[in-house]
Design a protein around this ligand. Structure first.
Ligand SMILES: *Cc1c(COP(=O)(O)O)cnc(C)c1O
Length: 419
């Protein structure tokens, strides 16, 4: 496979951007290659600068649940563009999107539209602190909640891969209120609450972790988090930036049947455009400015073009519930092919990760034991066979509605032959 044009573009990009990229995991550092440059994408396929075609299981890290360039989404975006790219003022689309979101996430009685998952989680945490008048928060090792200062402690995703336990440039004071617990370990949470219970504003958690690779919650783990936060008058935040509209139209809250106080959405909710959301109980959201004293704002928040992509995406998911049964069926086929190849696989709905270690991966410690060299071999083997997956062990493989049975069967055949 020829990557000459990508390699030349990469050399140029290196002059302008750190490692040539605008987000760390795109650099392919963890698989010891230089990145491929994408020229266009359609349905389940992406095409690189050298004209190679791949079945794409990254799906822009989650947003493209309908596949790339979905016709009705593209149409709405084009139409929105013609009416102006941004107003910095109220418009009808914001209400329509909010209504659609609330319908499927009833815990979000009120919400705010923002521009990225990072911003959504940062703002939700701020609202939880403003509402409770408490400073401490609990997060889990291996969970990633964007790159805001207070949350850059033992995060997953690019951080986990690069073994940076913490980021430089974050003063100690910014993380001293971030308490760390272990995912799927109720005892580690209990201990923190016994010691600091009345100072803890919230627990923020990925209800199904997907940033240390996919690590689903064990039976009753989320229910436990719900109960202990209630007991101490703390809030529970589900960071559903990946799981929202992914595990089902009602996200992880519906999938696992646990109702948090606040939810953050991103990725799918913007239909491929930069848009994210935070919201929850009315009385918490009423603390947000200008109604309350928790400040949060955004020049491009509620951007009409991004909103139109979100609306078109959610409406499509809503009127085609068979999309989710299709995702489940195709994902189960991939899982079973991986198992028959002797691979260690974790799956929740259309989120899948293959780990290269012998024990079941249930948290950050077990995830870290995966043989990342072996993962790099697996990645480049798939790439050579025109299958594009995450260039890092600690990410999910995303299945979309656009993946055809033919795509899945071909992928299964290739996986089964991995040695
Ligand atoms: C991707 C992600 C974020 C950050 O979202 P950005 O849009 O990249 O800022 C936050 N939380 C989770 C769970 C994510 O997967």
């Amino acid at each position: 496979m020829n990557h000459e044009k990508s390699e030349n573009l990469y050399k140029k990009a290196l002059e302008f951007m750190p490692a040539g990229v605008n987000s760390p995991v795109r650099a392919f550092k963890n698989v010891g290659m230089s990145p491929i440059f994408i020229e266009r994408a359609e349905g389940s396929k992406i095409y690189d600068a050298d004209g190679n075609k791949y079945i794409d299981y990254v799906c822009s890290w989650g947003p493209c649940i309908l596949g790339h360039a979905y016709p009705t989404v593209i149409e709405s975006v084009k139409k929105a563009c013609e009416s102006g790219l941004t107003f910095g003022a109220c418009h009808k689309g914001e209400i329509e999107l909010a209504e659609l979101i609330k319908k499927h996430f009833p815990a979000m009685e009120m919400l705010r539209l923002v521009n990225s998952g990072t911003e959504a989680v940062m703002s939700a945490v701020r609202a939880s602190r403003g509402y409770t008048h408490r400073d401490k928060i609990v997060k889990f090792e291996g969970c990633y909640h964007g790159h805001s200062d207070g949350l850059l402690v033992k995060g997953g995703s690019g951080l986990l891969t690069n073994s940076i336990p913490d980021s430089a440039g974050v003063p100690e004071g910014y993380t001293k209120n971030t308490l760390l617990a272990k995912y799927n370990n109720t005892e580690s949470v209990e201990k923190l609450f016994e010691k600091y219970g009345n100072e803890i504003a919230c627990i923020v958690v990925e209800p199904c972790s997907a940033n240390m690779g996919v690590v689903p919650p064990q039976e009753n783990f989320l229910k436990f988090l719900r109960d202990i936060t209630k007991k101490y008058n703390s809030l529970l935040i589900f960071d559903e930036v990946i799981t929202g509209f992914r595990l089902g139209i009602g996200g992880a809250s519906e999938y696992y049947g646990v109702k948090p106080d606040l939810i953050t959405l991103g990725k799918i909710v913007g239909g491929g455009m930069p848009l994210a959301v935070y919201g929850g109980k009315r009385e918490i959201m009423e603390c947000v400015a200008p109604l309350g004293s928790v400040y949060q704002a955004g020049t491009l928040s509620g951007n009409p073009v991004a909103v139109s992509a979100g609306i078109a995406t959610i409406k499509t998911l809503e009127s085609n519930p068979e999309i989710y049964s299709g995702l489940e069926r195709k994902s189960a086929m991939l899982e079973s092919a991986m198992k028959s190849a002797g691979l260690n696989v974790n799956r929740a709905g259309s989120l899948i990760t293959v780990f290269f270690n012998d024990e079941k991966v249930t948290d950050y410690d077990t995830a870290k034991k995966s043989d990342t060299k072996r993962y790099a071999e697996y990645f480049s083997y798939l790439l050579e066979n025109n299958i594009y997956t995450a260039p890092s062990q600690f990410e999910a493989m995303f299945v979309s509605d656009a993946h055809t049975d033919e795509d899945i069967e071909y992928t299964c055949e290739v996986i089964k032959k991995f040695r």
